[in-house]
Design a protein around this ligand. Structure first.
Ligand SMILES: Cc1ncc(COP(=O)(O)O)c(C=O)c1O
Length: 398
């Protein structure tokens, strides 16, 4: 194990030369940025991309649509596809995961008995709300993976499952879920929001029917760039009811009747979110350049270190210790964690907290061991001095 100079005295294997990347994420110069599971640090290049967008709009005007804007949901989708193991032409972009899942749901008008959707209680609320609002489906919520596998049967239509659970950062064995779903004739909807860009993922090899995610977190792509993958054999067979003119075979013929586009474009709706798609590619470029395997190796080292530091400080670690079940964040429950979070923010250490699990710390590959040591030291200092007590009762936001 070699010491990385940018980590000071904390030995971290130099799988990536972090010093090469720190300047490319300007917020790192001012803050200890450990909230990459929520809104990852912005790559400086995103600002250039937004300027490129406005320059194109200013100088090319309407011609910009034909010069790339119209196709952005597919060209950008192909770049996401490279990161998550999806072949070209199988990923398209939407505003967010909720819309992407709504498009999936709209492909099915399920008569009983195959009208059940089963999912873990740890699924992200936005997706849960959408599923609960569907009048024609029956929902079953289960506490853990074993119960999920038991619940999947010939009545199951969809199995939405998060690759990494948002609250606890627990990595799920998606292959096992996919096998069970396949036996039962159900479709897995993989939510890879908390893994894409941090944990290696190959949706093609997994064989899941659908995968969705966004770009706000580990992909460093900012808001407004959700993605939807559909398995190649399903693309031509499905007809989403939530469709718009981008999903038409000949959108510029403005025909009165719907005829679905041939490929993944049939899963699109209306006018794309152009500025968000410009900005997002800056993050994807960095993730592709470093490589998700390398990021994962670095992430495991950083989270190992974080867990070790928390243990030394006597803090309760509520997330997975086992590397095989660990996502990219660590949760730590300390007394009055809401107030500790607020006090940390005042000290330019950014993280968040979730009820039940405590503080969430999400280092990305560009964070250093020194930053983790500093964050844990500051938590200890806050607790020892009682500085957090004036903030107690703060609500969880972001
Ligand atoms: C696992 C997971 N799914 C979905 C979302 C968000 O969904 P949406 O893109 O609809 O806001 C998040 C977090 O923001 C998440 O952690």
């Amino acid at each position: 194990m070699g010491a990385n100079p940018s980590n000071g005295g904390v030995p971290i294997l130099a799988v990536v030369d972090v010093a090469d990347y720190r300047d490319r994420f300007p917020i790192l110069a001012e803050t200890t940025y450990l909230i990459n599971h929520s809104l990852a640090a912005m790559p400086a290049a995103a600002e250039d991309r937004i300027l490129e967008y406005t320059r194109t709009w200013r100088t090319r005007g309407i011609r910009a649509w034909g010069e790339g804007w119209w196709d952005l949901p597919l060209t950008v989708g192909d770049q996401v596809g490279r990161i998550v193991g999806a072949p070209p032409g199988t990923v398209c972009m939407h505003q967010n995961v909720t819309i992407a899942v709504a498009v999936i749901l709209s492909c099915f008008r399920p008569p009983p008995p195959r009208n059940r959707i089963v999912y873990l209680e740890g699924e992200f609320p936005s997706v849960r709300y959408l599923l609960q609002a569907q009048p024609e489906v029956e929902i079953e919520v289960v506490p853990d993976l074993d119960a999920l596998l038991d619940a999947i049967d010939e009545r199951t239509l969809l199995v939405p499952v998060s690759h990494v659970l948002f609250k606890t950062a627990e990595l799920q064995d998606v292959a096992v879920v996919q096998r069970r779903a396949e036996e039962a004739g159900a479709h897995v909807v993989l939510d890879a929001y908390q893994s894409a860009g941090a944990v290696p993922l190959d949706v093609g090899r997994l064989g899941v029917a659908f995968a969705v995610g966004g770009s706000v977190k580990w992909l460093c792509g900012g808001p407004g760039a959700g993605w939807l993958y559909v398995r190649p054999d399903l693309i031509g067979r499905l007809e989403p009811a939530l469709v718009g003119w981008q999903g038409h075979a000949r959108p510029f013929a403005f025909e009165p009747e719907l005829e679905y586009a041939e490929g993944i474009a049939r899963f699109l709706t209306g006018t794309p979110n152009v500025p968000a798609l410009y900005a997002a590619t800056a993050g994807y470029d960095v993730i592709e350049e470093v490589g998700v395997e390398t990021i994962r190796q670095r992430s495991l080292e950083l989270t190992d270190l974080l867990i070790g530091l928390a243990d030394e400080a006597g803090f309760e670690v509520t997330s997975q210790r086992d590397q095989a079940r660990r996502g990219a964040s660590v949760t730590i429950r300390v007394p009055g964690f809401e107030g500790v979070h607020k006090e940390l923010a005042g000290r330019e250490i950014l993280c968040d907290f979730r009820p039940d699990v405590g503080l969430r710390l999400g280092p990305h590959f560009f964070n250093t061991g020194d930053e983790l040591e500093y964050a844990i030291d500051q938590i200890a200092d806050i607790l020892a001095s009682g500085a957090h007590e004036r903030h107690l009762g703060a609500a969880a936001r972001f």
